[in-house]
Design a protein around this ligand. Structure first.
Ligand SMILES: C[S@@+](CC[C@H](N)C(=O)[O-])C[C@H]1O[C@@H](n2cnc3c(N)ncnc32)[C@H](O)[C@@H]1O
Length: 257
């Protein structure tokens, strides 16, 4: 008798600690029969998977290379065809720069049922941890989640004019190495050089660090900070409200402590 097709869940693990996972995400991991996880997923979360669960690392960790998206898609399909309950675990929210659209389209085209379990995205974790809001009445009426980087690692060329508006809180994902270029493009489009800006490393975790600066200094300050973990950039008036609870070794010029 043919096996019943398994299901794939694209699950958001949040920013890295178990207590910032949703209950639904926690249950999905605890009942997974196969777990494909990204580099940003913390070990304490992986430890929740049951003993017999097949674990496959798909992201770059400890010097290993990342799997190609096509390989990940095929692997999920193969495991689902074996009738397994597959969990594809990603840092933050799978819908925010998490390729959930591509993975869902591929799996559904092959007849696999897909569920998405949302997670706390890095921007929300950073805002909560360092006490600044993402929106603020009369000051930040819009929030933009953007990336400065395209697939080949270069800086995104177009679209900056829409992000230069003074009442927008701009969150840049995957922008650590493009901070200088991103800041230059925003200023060229009219965003004021004195606009408060932040870089947050390892948001939501105990070892999080925050750097508080201005748009004109963002590139230089980020380069000098030599971050090694995942980094989020925040540009906008709300950044001036950040409190540098964890900034022992970084300049925290405008952050209240
Ligand atoms: C491929 S994106 C995934 C984003 C993820 N889906 C989310 O919702 O947070 C990876 C980028 O997210 C940001 N990021 C993820 N986790 C982070 C964290 N804990 N602290 C700061 N930035 C983080 C960094 O900009 C990193 O380069």
């Amino acid at each position: 008798m043919p096996l019943e097709m398994g299901k794939v869940r694209l699950v958001g693990a949040g920013p890295g600690t178990v207590d910032l996972m949703t209950v639904r995400a926690l249950r999905a991991v605890e009942t997974a029969q196969a777990l494909l996880y990204d580099a940003l997923v913390a070990d304490e979360i992986l430890a929740l998977a049951p003993a017999g669960c097949v674990r496959i690392q798909t992201g770059k960790r400890a010097g290993k290379t990342s799997m190609k998206q096509e390989t990940i898609n095929r692997l999920m399909l193969r495991l689902a065809r074996r009738g397994l309950n597959v969990v594809r675990l990603k840092g933050g929210d799978p819908s925010v720069f998490g390729r959930s659209g591509e993975e869902r389209a591929f799996l559904e085209a092959h007849g696999v049922e897909v569920d998405v379990v949302p997670g706390v995205t890095a921007a929300s974790a950073a805002a909560a941890q360092f006490a600044f809001p993402l929106s603020h009445r009369g000051e930040a009426r819009r929030i933009a989640f953007a990336t400065a980087r395209v697939q080949d690692g270069s800086v995104v060329e177009g679209g900056w004019s829409g992000l230069a508006d003074a009442e927008t809180t701009l969150i840049l994902y995957m922008a650590r190495d493009a901070a200088r270029a991103a800041a230059a493009r925003l200023m060229a489009e009219g965003r004021a050089p004195g606009t408060p800006a932040l870089a947050v490393e390892n948001a939501g975790r105990e070892d999080a660090r925050i750097l508080s600066t201005t748009l004109s200094m963002l590139g230089e300050d980020v380069e000098n900070a030599a971050f090694s973990g995942p980094v989020l950039l925040v540009v906008g008036e709300v950044a001036s409200q950040a409190r540098a609870a964890y900034a022992p070794s970084l300049r925290a010029a405008s952050a209240r402590s």
